[in-house]
Design a protein around this ligand. Sequence first.
Ligand code: PLP
Ligand code: COI
Length: 342
Amino acid sequence: MVEKADIKWSELRFGYLKCEYRFISNFKNGKWDDGVLTTDDYLRIHEGSTALHYGQQCFEGLKAYTTKDGRILLFRPDRNAARMKSSCEQLLMAVYPEEKFIEACVKVVKANEKFVPPYGSGASLYLRPYLIGVGENVGVRPAPEYLFGIFVTPVGPYFKGGLAPCHFTIANYDRAAPRGTGGVKVGGNYAASLKAHKEAVDAGFSDCIYLDPATQTNIEEVGAANFFAITADNTFVTPKSPSILPSITKYSLMHIAEHYLGMKVVEREIPVTSLGEFVEAGACGTAAVISPIGSITNKGHRYSFYGEGKEVGPKTKELYRILTSIQNGDMEGPAGWVIEAK
Ligand code: PLP
Ligand code: COI
């Protein structure tokens, strides 16, 4: 076991802290090279790169955790590899092979072992794989070459306060179009979300919630996280829509709700006007983990959840406990959910 870096782990927020190594691989003449670990945190790419002009790029986010006995676990990297493949297919980019994606994650985590936050610190190592179109070009067409990289950074909670209720408002804009790229993890969706996010934060909220872009009636996503809510009769409900990102955390929580907590699980449309049905609500994602939702404000109407929006509900607490226990190795999860970086 290597000695951990001298970092105040428990004070970390969701920010960038330079680690020693990152992984880079190049796709040229129809094939990927073997890839290297490098200490250089800058890329040198052609000025005509499609990633710069036409947003031909995608990314992923996943985390590594230190277990009580000092091992390092990655949570469901196979799901991120598969989702990056679908993002690449949607934007006509070269796919980075899924097996090699997982190997590269392990390699870069091992190389940065001292930056993987210790067990019990409340922090984790965030991995940011990305794949961008590069090379000489000017027309609107797929790039001649691609670059796949992964950098890592230790992070703390995404929303202030960790497992404490946050307050949200309905967005003034859409993040994705009905038949657009909402279901894949591409940068354009996030560029489109910056203004909506700023307006929500300026109005005193943690973030905004997007409605379905076609009808503006159903809940879609919570900023850069998925949405779930819980009814008084123990049902875990989460939106079904082609324009939301299929969240790995959300599908993990659906499994936990059903198989560990005996809840009924439903993916369906959730009209914003039906929010009064729910006793608990939350945002879920790799960065967000689970952020309990205290309230949602829509056109001046405030829907509050557990304890008048001031407390974390018991089901949300249980979901959080089981998810994080599986992630840090305290509890055994379903087969294949965690892999050891060794
Ligand atoms: N929705 C959006 C828009 C996101 O950026 C993320 C983050 O990855 C999520 C949902 C949650 O997905 P996951 O649980 O796979 O991290
Ligand atoms: C993630 O949870 O991995 C995200 O992508 C959220 C965000 C920081 C973009």
